[in-house]
Design a protein around this ligand. Sequence first.
Ligand code: NAG
Ligand code: NAG
Ligand code: NAG
Ligand code: NAG
Ligand code: NAG
Ligand code: NAG
Length: 696
Amino acid sequence: MTPYVVGVLFPLVFTFLFRSSKNPKKRGVPIDVGGEPGFAIRNSQFPSPVITAWEGIYTLAERFELSCKQHHNKRFLGTRKLISTENEVTEDGRSFEKLHLGEYEWLTYGKAFETVCNFASGLAQLGHRKEERVAIFADTREEWFLALQGCFRRNVTVVTIYASLGEEALWHSLNETEVTTVICGSKELRKLVDISGQLDTVKRVICMDVDIPSNASSVEQSGQWKIISFADVQSLGRENPIDAELPAPADIAVIMYTSGSTGLPKGVMMTHANVLSVVSAVMSLVPNLANKDVYMAYLPLAHILELAAENVISAVGSAIGYGTPLTLTDASNKIKRGTKGDATVLRPTLMAAVPAILDRVRDGVRKNVDAKGGLAKKLFDLAYSRRMSAINGSWLGFWGLERLLWNSLVFRKVRAILGGRVRFVLSGGAPLSGDTQRFINICLGAPICQGYGLTETCAGGTFSEVDDMSVGRAGAPLSCSFIKLVNWSEGGYLTTDLPMPRGEIVIGGPNVTYGYFKNEEKTKEVYKVDERGMRWFYTGDIGQFHADGCLEIIDRKKDIVKLQHGEYVSLGKVEAALIVSPYVDNIMLYVDPFHSYCVALVVAAQHALEAWAAKQGINYNDFAALCEKEESVKEVHASLVKAAKNAHLEKFEIPTKIKLLSEPWTPESGLVTAALKLKREIIRKTFGDDLARLYG
Ligand SMILES: *[C@@H]1O[C@H](CO)[C@@H](O)[C@H](O)[C@H]1NC(C)=O
Ligand SMILES: *[C@@H]1O[C@H](CO)[C@@H](O)[C@H](O)[C@H]1NC(C)=O
Ligand SMILES: *[C@@H]1O[C@H](CO)[C@@H](O)[C@H](O)[C@H]1NC(C)=O
Ligand SMILES: *[C@@H]1O[C@H](CO)[C@@H](O)[C@H](O)[C@H]1NC(C)=O
Ligand SMILES: *[C@@H]1O[C@H](CO)[C@@H](O)[C@H](O)[C@H]1NC(C)=O
Ligand SMILES: CC(=O)N[C@H]1CO[C@H](CO)[C@@H](O)[C@@H]1O
């Protein structure tokens, strides 16, 4: 019983003594800007946008070279050694590849610089001219970052492509940018081989893996491509060194293909100055960011969030350890049972994450606690609610002694999942739910800061600060950005709204990119240069500004649709409310403008639905059959209605009919983006018949 007594009495006294007065700090302040009239806010500490945090440094290439000189002998990039690969066969006969991975092997800053220089020379030696573009088409790994820096040293523009991109989008990106050299892993090389007949401009493929797939050699023999390993390019460069040709700040560093939710991907052109301004701004957000930090890298480097983050880490001389989402923890899918996940071995202090991953961590912990039940669950719930009220009551309490108590008693085990040392989590890519933010906050005992930005603004936008304990907001403008809200009258969002100004979010500053590659029309539509020479990007997102200058994302222009009788339904808002149901793994709300009600496609959560079926004594062949059953549909629908009521949704926002699906939506299936956002158009087409039936 002791923990209960200490846990209740002590904190009460403590919280009472240290209750701080709530005087909201101004994080963003209004500013007068040009362009379309609106309500604009800047970071309260920076009167004009930051261009660089380092005197005399204006490109990523210069920043990297300086870091390597400053931190020559420090460890920089780490990759785990593969000990063995095994196939595990499940009860229903499916086979999964499991990895046994060893310790991290580290490259120092000095060694990394040597590799980068050799790679740059080797690339030139291979015959790649610097006006030609290189594409990196691979999962996040050490060689990805090294290749990127290698290209920068030769002023070669890098086209980045998600490893999960489909064939058509892949071919489109490579053809549009006339790429001559592709850098990829052996898995992606197989995809390239399949479309080799259509790749007219590609002349060279650099494979990061040693094992080059056997049928790739047929393409090589036909004389179409030269295939060479990453290591061989380095050796070639070591033997034939060439001087660097460093880029200028306004040169295009990266053309980043976003896996858009509709149509073919668009390539966003970013200059060195663009990325550097964001890297400079993000630097000041992480408290005491220094070279003793260790960063867990596992998000796609083809995403601006990860690309910027790794450049920040290398700028301060910290270490980057690589991993993958499928090997992150001891319990991850691809980790051989009984061996360690990436985070447990690396023990990172910093991480970036997308909300979908954090949601999964939360659900995993909750499930575990529920399964244990009994005293363990009671203790967890008590600890959780105590921490919650401490955060609600006073900021000081959060860091107080009670926190130490609960951390050592309850949350230590949760922290251990990620190695036990995480002190800062950066979340971006999509809005994070308040519930998840708090949960991770409390269980990890680390601040989790939410950012808002887009590829088009080089991830620049807003960022919540470490001492901001509120949830559901995206923070104040970064020091490199101005954020403006403009009227969107059709949607009913005005800058004159009370209690807060609302409107479409427009981002301006040195971070705003040049536009879309070879797509003047689309560029003109969403980028505008004002009479003072500042570039603005129209995001299509709807936001509101709180009194302290922090932005909250409340909607998306595209995701608001009108029903037959004129009511507006915000798809994202409703989906976020309904996904809370334990039976829902994913959900897409659909509205036919010629009807007065909406319907939904629901990917059922297998574990929860099967548990329910077992309780009800329902017989079924497989999960797909269970999803077809009328009882299942009824049960899930009832739980959606309950979730909708809890979230105070309007009647017309609740789907009248639903279709249960048994297969999860993954980036590989093409139904969601790599950041796990719904690709509405594609889902709509794929399940067109089902949707028609729901309205039938
Ligand atoms: C937005 O619209 C409202 C109502 O029409 C108007 O009063 C306000 O001035 C507009 N704001 C701007 C910045 O134009
Ligand atoms: C870098 O390359 C681009 C495109 O090839 C070129 O226009 C630019 O002048 C180069 N920059 C420098 C500093 O040479
Ligand atoms: C491939 O790209 C080239 C040059 O950008 C363009 O002329 C051609 O139309 C593209 N091919 C197709 C089939 O779109
Ligand atoms: C190459 O081999 C893979 C299997 O390893 C196969 O899926 C693919 O179709 C092959 N491609 C060609 C062009 O033969
Ligand atoms: C903390 O505050 C939030 C809203 O600010 C509220 O929903 C929640 O119930 C509060 N929790 C406790 C334990 O007081
Ligand atoms: C590429 C770009 O938009 N550059 C702009 C960055 O911001 C400065 C002012 O802050 C402008 O002068 C540049 O034109």
